[in-house]
Design a protein around this ligand. Structure first.
Ligand code: CTP
Ligand code: MG
Length: 382
């Protein structure tokens, strides 16, 4: 199933004011749109950002340093028109997430919850949050006309997830000049039933200037930075390749181990578990269990990522050092970084892979085996 995300960022941010549209204003040292994009890039196959033509360069410089080449299309005069432009650029996706660039608090959790609902058969899913305040209907001068029963209201947030064919059909049927509040409304006028999952305060939309401060306060909930380290070694044996940091490298020997013997990722898993205080890899995946024979170590790494997420923690950076005389790591370093970043759901700049020899000393120097050492920096709720 191919998934895509459309991030709509073509608004002018008139209510928020300021020199730049709100999605390009700084929030915790990065443009707002950086945070809106961060969780999505790790969870979907393609991301398309919809921008106002005059802000394309601004958007590229806000995103490309962290995320690499980014697909950018030009939006329209209304949010509805901007989504339409995004849909035209995601015509191959089976599932489409649509997200406001102005909601930087989006996290992996909510994206996965939305995608899970679509996988279960829902056509349209969005987060909805209860309205705690009393609600009143007013006229243009602010005079109260009527009370609104908040018991029957919800604030509908983004990201919203749709089956690709459903959202495309709904937009195709929508009059071209129609202006809708959001995409759930577009599919609903097309007769599609929508599902809501619990929304989150963190998904607040930056609308007014003071919302930037509020978003910053929400995003800086007290966290403590924990650093874990991990070490692993595997003996060389017969074989024609070794697997290191998820990359298969041709070699004159193989590595002996119960799983795929990927020492780089085993050290990394232990580093993440260490930062979480969750024991070691052997406790989670006992080598005595035949289930793990020949296992792809990506499973172990994903397990560590899941443990972190379930604990409300965030892996912010990892650093892996491979210790061996041969094979030479340099030519494979970029592929190892990319694959590790992919499995961790991190931008590549947060993943380091490097290598060293031991100047022919010891068991590594004699090429009896190879070893790896890793460090993981993890932010955990204080
Ligand atoms: N948006 C868009 N194209 C538009 C209008 C809005 O892509 N023509 C995007 C905004 O960039 C934002 C989201 O839709 O990420 C929600 O819109 P809103 O909060 O209204 O943002 P702005 O339109 O930029 O703000 P304002 O209405 O205050 O000008
Ligand atoms: Mg607007």
């Amino acid at each position: 199933m191919r998934t895509a995300a459309i991030i709509v960022a073509a608004g002018r941010g008139e209510r928020a004011g300021g020199g730049l549209p709100k999605q390009y204003q700084p929030l915790m040292g990065r443009p707002v749109i950086h945070w809106s994009m961060l969780a999505l890039v790790g969870e979907v196959d393609d991301v398309v950002v919809v921008v106002a033509p005059e802000h394309e360069d601004l958007c590229r410089s806000a995103l490309e340093q962290a995320f690499g080449p980014t697909k950018i299309v030009h939006g329209g005069a209304t949010r509805t028109a901007s989504v339409r432009a995004g849909l035209a650029a995601t015509s191959k996706a089976d599932v489409i997430l649509i997200h406001d660039a102005a909601r930087p608090g989006v996290e992996f959790r909510i994206i996965r919850a939305l995608l899970a609902k679509v996988a279960e058969g829902a056509s349209a899913v969005a987060p909805g949050l209860a309205v705690p305040d009393a609600l009143a209907r007013i006229d243009g001068s602010g005079r109260i006309l009527a009370d609104v029963d908040r018991a029957n209201t919800l604030r509908v947030q983004t990201p919203q997830a749709f089956r690709g064919d459903v959202i495309r059909a709904a937009y195709a049927a929508l009059p071209h000049d129609a202006v809708m509040a959001d995409d759930l409304a577009v599919v609903r006028v097309h007769g599609v039933e929508a599902v809501l999952i619990p929304g989150e305060h963190d998904l607040m939309k930056i609308t007014y200037a003071e919302d930037l401060d509020m978003a910053e306060r929400l995003m800086t909930s007290p966290m403590v930075t924990c650093v874990g380290n991990g070490v692993d070694a595997h003996r060389f044996g017969d074989g024609e390749f070794v697997t290191l940091c998820g990359v298969r490298i041709p070699h004159t020997k193989g590595l002996v181990g119960h799983s795929d013997a990927d020492a780089g990722w085993h050290a990394l898993v232990d580093a993440i578990l260490g930062a979480l205080g969750e024991g070691d890899i052997g406790a989670h995946f006992p080598p005595s269990d035949p289930k793990w024979k020949g296992a792809d170590s990506a499973r172990f790494l994903r397990h560590a990522v899941d443990l972190a997420e379930n604990a409300g923690a965030r892996i912010v950076h990892v650093d892996v050092t491979l210790l061996c005389e041969r094979p030479k790591i340099g030519p494979h370093r970029d592929a190892m970084r990319a694959r590790t970043a992919e499995v961790l759901g991190l931008p590549i700049e947060r993943v380091s892979v490097k290598a060293t020899t031991t100047e022919r000393m010891g068991f590594l120097g004699r090429e009896e085996g190879l070893a790896a050492q890793a460090t993981a920096t993890v932010e955990r709720p204080a």
